[in-house]
Design a protein around this ligand. Structure first.
Ligand code: F6P
Length: 343
C-alpha cells in the first residue's frame, strides 16, 4: 500500500511520535510511506509528497513541532481545493492519515464521505476534540503552564502582587483549567464558566483580607471581553483561516488592567502564547501519540476508513470521524468546581 501522512493546523509537541509510529509500522510491513509537506496545502496546490524511509523516521520522538511541516490552509472556500485534494489522494495514495484538530478532521470527514481512504489522528493543544480524553500536545502544554505558575508564584509572593497569566484555548478552557489546577492557580477564568471583572476583583479582595496578598490568576485566551464586562476591540488580528487571532484580543492584559484599576492591586501579566506549543513533548504525549499513531495504522490496514483512534479511560477505540468533527468538548462543571476548591 502507499500510505500518505500529513499534519495540518497548528503544530503540537508529540506529532513526530505519531508520524514515527505510523511510518515505522508501515515500513515494517512492507508498505510505502509518503510524507505530505505542510498539511492540506501540500495536496491542494502543487503536490508536495515524498517517500519516507526509516532514516527519516528514527530519532524524532523527542523533537517538538512536525518534521512534515504544517499550515493553516483553508479548504472550506470554493477555491480552497477540496476537489483537487480528492483527486490527488486518488492518484497518489491507497490510504491517507491526517493528523490534526477539529478543522482538519472536518476535512477528513468530508473526504471520507466521498470515498477517500482517510483515517484521522486527534491533535489539538486545546484538547477539545469530542470522543477523546486527550489530544496530542495537550499534556506538554499543561506542563508548561504548571511550571510557569510555579515560577510566577514565587515572585508574586515576594512582591505581594497579582500575576495574570493568559493561556491558549481558542474556544475552551482545558489548558487553563488543568494547567491551572496542576500549578495551584488562585483563580481560573475559562470560556465555559466566565467571571466578570467585578467577580474577579471580589475574589482577590477576599484573599487579601484573609492574609493572602498575592494571587496568580489564569485566564484562557478564548474568554470573551464581553463576558468579562468589556467590549470586543474592532482592531483584531486574523489568522489565515479568517479566525480571530486570540492572542491579539488581549484578554490577559485587559483583566490585569481592570484588576489594577478596580482593586488597587499591583499586577503583572504573562501571555504564555506559543511557549505552550513549542519544545520537546512530555513522555505522556510521546506515548499517547505513539498509541494513536499505531492504532491509525491498524485502522488503515483493516480498511476502517472514515475513523479516528481516540482514548477513553486509558483504552484506545476507533470513533467515526463524523462524531469528532461535529462539535467541541467543553470542560465539565464538576472539573471546574474541583479546580475552584483551591482558589
Ligand atoms: O488551535 C490551537 C491553538 O494553539 C490555539 O490555542 C491558539 O489560539 C492558536 O492555535 C494559535 O494559532 P497560530 O499559531 O496559528 O497563531
Amino acid at each position: 500500500m502507499r500510505i500518505g501522512v500529513l499534519t495540518a493546523g497548528g503544530d503540537a509537541p508529540g506529532l513526530n511520535a505519531a508520524i514515527r509510529a505510523i511510518g515505522l509500522l508501515a515500513l515494517r510491513d512492507g508498505h510505502d510511506v509518503i510524507g505530505v509537506a505542510n498539511g492540506w496545502a501540500g495536496l491542494a496546490g502543487e503536490y508536495a509528497g515524498s517517500a519516507l524511509g526509516a532514516a527519516d523516521l528514527r530519532g524524532i520522538v523527542a523533537q517538538g513541532g512536525t518534521v512534515l511541516g504544517t499550515a493553516r490552509h483553508d479548504l472550506d472556500t470554493p477555491t480552497g481545493g477540496r476537489e483537487r485534494v480528492l483527486s490527488v489522494i486518488d492518484e497518489h495514495f491507497d490510504a491517507l492519515v491526517a493528523i490534526g484538530g477539529d478543522g482538519t478532521q472536518r476535512i477528513s470527514h468530508w473526504l471520507a464521505e466521498r470515498g477517500a481512504p482517510v483515517v484521522g489522528v486527534p491533535k489539538t493543544l486545546d484538547n477539545d476534540l469530542p470522543e477523546t480524553d486527550y489530544c496530542i500536545g495537550f499534556d506538554t502544554a499543561i506542563n508548561v503552564v504548571a511550571e510557569s505558575l510555579d515560577r510566577l508564584h514565587t515572585t508574586a509572593i515576594s512582591h505581594h502582587r497579582v500575576m495574570v497569566v493568559e493561556t491558549m484555548g481558542r474556544s475552551t478552557g482545558w489548558v487553563a483549567a488543568l494547567g491551572g489546577l496542576a500549578g495551584g492557580a488562585d483563580l481560573i477564568v475559562i470560556p465555559e464558566f466566565p467571571l466578570n471583572v467585578e467577580q474577579i476583583v471580589e475574589h482577590l479582595s477576599q484573599r487579601r483580607s484573609a492574609g493572602l496578598a498575592y494571587s496568580v490568576v489564569v485566564v484562557a485566551e478564548g474568554v470573551t471581553l464581553a463576558a468579562l464586562g468589556g467590549v470586543e476591540s474592532a482592531n483584531l488580528g486574523f489568522d489565515t483561516l479568517k479566525g480571530v487571532r486570540h492572542a491579539t484580543r488581549g484578554v490577559g492584559p485587559f483583566v490585569a488592567a481592570k484588576i489594577e484599576q478596580c482593586g488597587g492591586f499591583e499586577v503583572r501579566t504573562t501571555v504564555l502564547g506559543h511557549l505552550q506549543r513549542g519544545g520537546s513533548p512530555t513522555a505522556h504525549d510521546r506515548i499517547y501519540a505513539t498509541r494513536v499513531g499505531a492504532a491509525a495504522y491498524d485502522a488503515v490496514v483493516a480498511g476502517r476508513f472514515g475513523t479516528i483512534p481516540v482514548v477513553r479511560g486509558g483504552e484506545i477505540h476507533l470513533a467515526p470521524l463524523e462524531a469528532v468533527a461535529a462539535h467541541r468538548r467543553a470542560v465539565p462543571r464538576e472539573l471546574y468546581e474541583l479546580c475552584s476548591v483551591f482558589f
